[in-house]
Design a protein. Structure first.
Length: 131
């Protein structure tokens, strides 16, 4: 478990997972809020603050989940392989690659969440008009 915890810390995986969850919640909430109150300005910063507070309450559970996933993923590595892998992921080139990969993933994920929110808004809008 110690190795899995190190990997979690290096990748900052819990923070990344929580940020994804918050961004998804904000997008979906804003889609529903704009349907309920069309034309009304939504204070997304305030909403994001509330969701971030909730995310911090979930942090210990999320961190355990991430660590357990890493433990499963790396269960086949012996101590020597773990040491080599840790050295590699701490290297400058690996860190640069990881940062760029995460930026690309986040951009794609945000686009997907926004499309999901738009689709939900359309579906809910159609449902409300049908009533």
């Amino acid at each position: 478990m110690a190795f899995s915890k190190k990997v979690e810390q290096i990748y900052n995986a819990t923070d990344i997972a929580l940020a994804m969850q918050v961004n998804t919640q904000v997008a979906i909430f804003s889609a529903f809020a704009s349907l309920k109150n069309p034309g009304q300005t939504i204070d997304l910063a305030a909403i994001k603050t509330q969701f971030n507070a909730q995310a911090q309450q979930m942090r210990p559970t999320m961190e355990q989940y991430v660590i357990m996933n890493y433990a499963y993923s790396y269960k086949g590595l012996n101590k020597s392989e773990q040491t080599k892998y840790e050295k590699f992921i701490n290297s400058e080139v690996s860190m640069k690659f990881m940062v760029q990969s995460i930026k690309g993933f986040n951009k794609s994920f945000d686009n997907a969440v926004n499309r999901l929110a738009d689709q939900l808004a359309k579906i809910m809008g159609q449902h409300l008009k049908a009533k």
